[in-house]
Design a protein around this ligand. Structure first.
Ligand SMILES: C[S@@+](CC[C@H](N)C(=O)[O-])C[C@H]1O[C@@H](n2cnc3c(N)ncnc32)[C@H](O)[C@@H]1O
Ligand SMILES: [Zn+2]
Length: 271
């Protein structure tokens, strides 16, 4: 059984009924949804990760099935990489749709290991905990994970900050990392509907110190968003949402359907 560590003193946390507690009596309540907040207090007003609207938009969009091919590919890859007793972390798990699929596919293949999910957004990780009651979910920055060195077999990192040094610290020697990043033309038509000069995404830097890139897989699919709700939800769940002024955002209100390129790169590494 993998230990969570106390964010105050670094001691081992033990789970009691409604609280995680360390030997120095620092305690962290388990929310009704099942997650525990291990974040240090934030300066007031500072946004931490996705807010409530973005999280709700991601849930709405992912439930429509447009990304099911990606969710399936990620879950299959995890089941293939993780041994039956593996400790697996979804780093930047968001609202847990991928985490749920990962759990289900691993369990269907005889997996009986441990699944953890971390996100800096309490709103997101709370939803993930509800969605995957079999897992252990905590609010934390993946730049400072409350985990011992060399404690994980697999990290999944989907469209979330890539914390190279911290991931290397917590992975066991020979552990795996599965990253999913957007490719150049991903969502280009959505950007074209909002911006006068839409830019392609810069190619992802795949090199990572201390990691060996084992293989990559490209997943390309044109999807047709069939309602304004879906168009708005997709926009809201991207980083463009909080980088775009109200005037530009308004341009989407008249878009009833949209054909959009999706391009994902899955990269598998080993430490
Ligand atoms: C684009 S979302 C992806 C969520 C999920 N993996 C998915 O694909 O549905 C990025 C996530 O990273 C989280 N995030 C941003 N900075 C973070 C950090 N420093 N530590 C942990 N999570 C972070 C956000 O709150 C958000 O949930
Ligand atoms: Zn402590």
């Amino acid at each position: 059984m993998l230990d969570l560590l106390c964010p105050v003193c670094g001691g081992r946390l033990t789970r009691e009924e409604k609280v995680w507690r360390c030997e120095n009596r620092h305690s962290f309540d388990i929310a009704r949804s099942g997650y525990v907040n291990l974040l240090p207090p934030a300066p007031s007003g500072k946004r931490r990760g996705d807010d409530k609207r973005m999280v709700a938009a991601r849930t709405a969009f992912l439930s429509r099935g447009y990304y099911d091919h990606l969710i399936g590919a990620v879950a299959e890859a995890c089941a293939q990489l993780a041994g039956p007793d593996a400790c697996l972390l979804d780093a930047g798990c968001g609202e847990g749709t991928y985490t749920r699929a990962i759990y289900d596919v691993c369990a269907a293949k005889g997996g009986r290991g441990q699944l953890l999910g971390a996100d800096i957004s309490a709103e997101a990780v709370s939803r993930a905990a509800r969605r995957v009651p079999e897992g252990i979910f905590f609010a934390a920055s993946t730049a400072h994970l409350p985990l011992a060195p060399e404690s994980l077999d697999l990290i999944v990192n989907i469209f979330s900050p890539f914390m190279e040094d911290e991931f290397r610290r917590v992975l066991k020697p020979g552990g795996y990392l599965l990253r999913v990043v957007p490719m150049e033309k991903h969502l280009l038509e959505l950007k074209a509907a909002v911006y006068d000069r839409p830019y392609e995404n810069p190619p992802a830097a795949l090199e990572a110190e201390g990691f060996r890139l084992l293989r990559t897989q490209e997943l390309r699919k044109t999807i047709t968003l069939s309602s304004n709700e879906d168009v708005q939800a997709l926009f809201l769940m991207t980083p463009y949402y909080y980088k775009t002024g109200a005037e530009d955002q308004k341009k989407l209100s008249a878009v009833r359907s949209l054909r959009v390129t999706t391009e994902f790169l899955l990269a598998v590494y080993q430490t």
